[in-house]
Every structure is written in C-alpha cells, then in structure tokens.
Design a protein around this ligand. Structure first.
Ligand code: HPA
Length: 270
C-alpha cells in the first residue's frame, strides 16, 4: 500500500509545481465545479499508476490541480464507489494520495436522497455527522502507523469551525444551507420504503452511496474534513415514483450556482 501511494503521488508531483493545501471530491452531477480553476494541470485517472478508473455515469475521472486566488487546490472530478466492485481500500486510495501530495483540508461532496421533509431537492446540506451503513470500513486490515492511528476517533469527523464558516458564506450570499446526518449504503440498488423509514428513525437526514469511506480515511490521515450533500431527490419515504439518474443530474445542476459560491468561499476562508 505504501509503495502504491508513493508511485501515484510521485507521478502527480512530477506534473504539478506546487503543494496543494485543499483537496475536493466532486460527486454525481457536480463536475462543473472543476471549471473554477484557471489553467489547471489535468491528469486522467487512468494515467495515474495504481489509481482505478471511475465507471459511474457522469463521473469524469480526472484530477485537476491549480490555483484559486492564493490557494493551491486539487479537484477530483469523479470518485470510485463501492458498488463498482472496488474494495474499500481502492475507493479511498485517492485520499491517501492527496495526503501524500500535502493536502490538509478535504472537502467531500455528493448527491443524496432526502429522508427529512425539511430537505428538498436543490438544497445544499452541510454533513454534520454520518452513519456508516456500508457493512465495511476502509481501515480494516493492517494499520500502517505512517498513515494514521489504529483507532481514529469519529467524535466530530466534520470540522465544526468549517461548518460555521460555510453558514457565514451562505448568509453573505443569501442562499439556504442546512445541516444533516448522511447515511451511506453500499448500493447500487436503491433503498426500500421500509429501509428509508428505519434510516429516518435512526437519525439520518440524507442517504447516498459514497463519502463515508473517504471521510473515514481523511480523518485517519489527520485531515480536516468538510462534507456537503446536494439533495437531488426525495427518498421514497415521501413518494412512490422511482427517481431517475436524469432527475438526479437535473437537481444537481439547479444547486450548481450556490454550490459554486459555497466552495469558492470555503477555498478562500478555510
Ligand atoms: N439514494 C441513494 N443514493 C442516492 C440517492 C438516493 O435517493 N440520491 C442520490 N444518491
């Protein structure tokens, strides 16, 4: 594992001339955030040694590195999902590489279904806690002390001060920003109505198929972590019509302007 991380990060370091401070992962339908960087270095995932290609629809599979104002940023356009058949270690490998590049602050975004009537499609939500319902954990197996401790605390995985800063940015820019608990499932089948009922009772506000493994590895890597969900659909707690990938992408697009403002603000202020 350590050698694989070194191979991938050495390859990227040869192509970028600076040490990135902030890393961001873009979820389903959120690729356009990548356009914010001026003149970025663009590297296709398939060219990076040891890095698996993303097979999910609308995940571009590119790493973009560049400057935004004073900040050195790496953007991952597209992620790997557990449901694609990759291991937990493979889907979180990019986080290990970001850490090796020097990233100290990690922003993880996703598209999520709502389990809470107050969170409606198009809303942006700061994840303030999560429930790992994936039945697996990326830290299972040998622990490499060079990468992190055996039993990392999950007391407050989502950095409280950064959540407060995000709310300041939303206020300044006049858009709605909520908080919520994200529950991660392996997928790819969507949740049943009874499962949704159970998840809501358990305290979850949003449901999705990503993010949590990346956040666990971010915390293991001693990064400060932010999670943002874009609510793309109501879960079937509230309706019986199946939602489509088109609906998810259309609602992600609706949130685009506010998400751009939020992320730009975070790049400046964190
Ligand atoms: N369920 C699971 N994953 C999702 C959903 C959903 O409703 N929406 C976007 N990703």
């Amino acid at each position: 594992m350590l050698e694989k991380i070194k191979n991938a990060s050495d390859f990227i370091k040869k192509k970028i001339s600076f040490e990135p401070e902030i890393g961001i992962i873009l979820g389903t339908g959120l690729n356009s955030i990548g356009e914010m960087l001026n003149d970025p270095v663009i590297i296709s995932y398939k060219d990076i040694p040891e890095w698996k290609a993303s097979t999910a629809p609308s995940h571009q599979g590119r790493l973009l590195a560049g400057k935004l104002g004073e900040k050195n940023i790496v953007i991952l356009q597209g992620r790997l999902h557990y449901y694609e058949g990759y291991s937990m270690q493979e889907i979180t490998f990019p986080i290990r590489v970001l850490k090796a590049l020097g990233v100290k602050k990690l922003i993880v975004t996703n598209a999520a279904g709502s389990l809470n009537k107050k969170l409606v499609p198009g809303n942006l939500v700061m994840i303030n806690d999560h429930i790992n319902w994936m039945g697996n954990n990326p830290l299972i197996g040998e622990n490499y002390d060079e990468l992190g401790i055996r039993f990392p605390s999950m007391h407050d995985p989502y950095h409280k001060r950064f959540i407060a800063i995000a709310h300041e940015i939303a206020k300044e820019n006049n858009f709605t920003l909520k908080n919520g608990v994200y529950l991660a499932l392996p997928g790819p089948s969507l949740e049943t109505r009874s499962e949704c009922k159970m998840f809501a009772k358990m305290g979850a506000d949003m449901v999705g198929m990503s993010t949590v493994p990346e956040v666990i590895v971010g915390i293991h890597s001693n990064m400060k972590v932010i999670g943002i969900s874009v609510v793309t659909n109501l879960s079937n707690l509230f309706h019986s019509a199946p939602h489509t990938q088109e609906e998810i992408r259309a609602n992600a697009a609706k949130a685009k302007n506010n998400l751009e403002k939020l992320i730009l603000g975070l790049f400046k202020k964190i």
